[in-house]
Design a protein around this ligand. Structure first.
Ligand SMILES: Cc1ncc(COP(=O)(O)O)c(C=O)c1O
Length: 393
């Protein structure tokens, strides 16, 4: 029998186990909700991106079922062949109005939207100036584009500016940041970066995956929050987090969107959304427009929980959003914190290197609009107990 050529992977996995960094995938037994059943245990769920609780909203479920009855379960093709359905275009029109841009194109995921867009319109002759904590999908898009990549320290607009000062005026430049950073929950330096982009003639791009449905009027995102409409050339959003379903989109000029139809590889080479997903997203936009109080509930819970963690004495970093990290230091310590919380009935995922820096491992908490105050207080009590046990507070 031949030797297993993949045996080296077992060595790698064993090393992760020895370092306490091996990830066991927790299994959700029923719905993605504020209180949920993972691995057969009922826990207060602080690990989803289901900010507004829309994954189980009756109006979204009804829209999905109606679309299945009317249009079937699949689109059957990529967008550029036979897979552009009228309902896809309806969602894109709705999103363009929502984001106040000329046009929108929807991708299969936020990851595909970022990676597919950055790699489509830049070439090896161009340069990308990127925040060091930008999401992996941006980083992969940058790498695929083959453009030069210049990374500036997190949120340091002055450093971004000095990088730009050293570049030839004629070179095409993309300045790119997350709107909300997914691991720290802080907000990108958008106003400063927009000013710099204008000064140096850069294309300005913001990934608002965690801000859409959360920041700005009716959840329009950080561009709306900072009053920067018309000053950000490309906005990416996701339909997989606050919107509760699946997908990503690019909101921009008609020309960029038409260009992406021709050059964005996930658009060209991967099947479009099932109509049920698209109908769900349209129903979610209705909710954002008609019931914005759901966003107020999210922020009320955010303030309550964040203040509670800080009062207990945890290091919660610089978070300004419903994402609140509890920094534990070493990876194995964060994993231990997460495991002990789970035993106590609270699910807050441990996150370690390479997702975050080696000495900044953490559990990441995300509250939603649908958590009750009792659930959040229960979680705070458990953080208090386990934090003391592990010497974190
Ligand atoms: C900042 C950021 N951008 C993009 C994405 C990708 O979005 P999606 O889950 O829709 O692929 C994520 C998801 O983790 C994210 O955190």
């Amino acid at each position: 029998m031949r030797a297993n050529p993949l045996a080296f992977l077992d060595t790698e996995l064993n090393a992760l186990k020895e370092q306490g960094l091996y990830r066991h995938l927790r299994v959700l037994d029923d719905q993605q909700a504020a209180k949920a059943h993972f691995d057969g245990k009922t826990v207060v769920n602080l690990s989803s991106n289901n900010y507004l609780g829309l994954t189980t909203h009756p109006k979204l479920e009804a829209a999905a079922l109606k679309a299945i009855k009317e249009f079937g379960v699949g689109s059957g093709s990529v967008r550029t062949i036979a897979g552009t359905m009228a309902i896809h275009l309806e969602l894109e029109r709705r999103l363009a109005v929502f984001k106040k841009t000329e046009a929108v194109v929807v991708f299969q995921s936020g990851f595909a939207a970022n990676a597919g867009t950055v790699s489509a319109f830049l070439t090896k002759d161009d340069v990308i100036i990127s925040d060091e904590l930008n999401h992996a999908s941006i980083i992969d898009g940058c790498r695929l584009s083959k453009a030069a990549i210049k990374v500036f320290p997190h949120k340091d607009a002055r450093a971004a500016r000095s990088i730009l000062q050293g570049l030839p005026a004629s070179q095409r430049k993309l300045l790119i940041t997350d709107g909300v950073f997914s691991m720290d929950g802080d907000v990108g330096a958008l106003p400063e970066l927009c000013a710099i982009a204008e000064e140096f003639g850069c294309i300005m791009m913001v990934d608002d995956a965690h801000a859409s449905g959360v920041f700005g009027k009716n959840g329009r995102g950080t561009v709306d929050h900072f009053g920067l409409h018309g000053r950000v050339d490309i906005q990416v959003g996701t339909l997989s987090k606050a919107i509760g379903a699946l997908g990503g989109y690019v909101a921009s000029s008609k020309s960029l969107i038409e260009f992406l139809y021709h050059r964005a590889r996930p658009f060209l080479f991967s099947t479009s959304h099932p109509p049920s997903v698209t109908a769900t997203c349209i129903a979610a936009l209705d909710i954002l427009e008609q019931e914005p109080e759901i966003i107020d509930r999210l922020w009320d819970n955010t303030r309550f929980f964040k203040a509670g963690l800080q009062k207990l004495g945890f290091n919660t970093g610089m978070s300004e959003s419903p994402i609140t990290p509890v920094i534990a230091g070493e990876g194995s310590r964060a994993m231990k914190l997460s495991d002990r919380l789970f035993q106590e009935g609270v699910f807050a995922q441990g996150i370690a290197f390479p997702t975050v820096a080696r000495d900044k491992a953490r559990v990441r908490t995300i509250v939603t609009a649908t958590h009750t105050k009792d659930e959040l207080q229960f979680a705070l009590d458990k953080f208090d107990k386990v934090g003391k046990e592990l010497g974190l507070i």
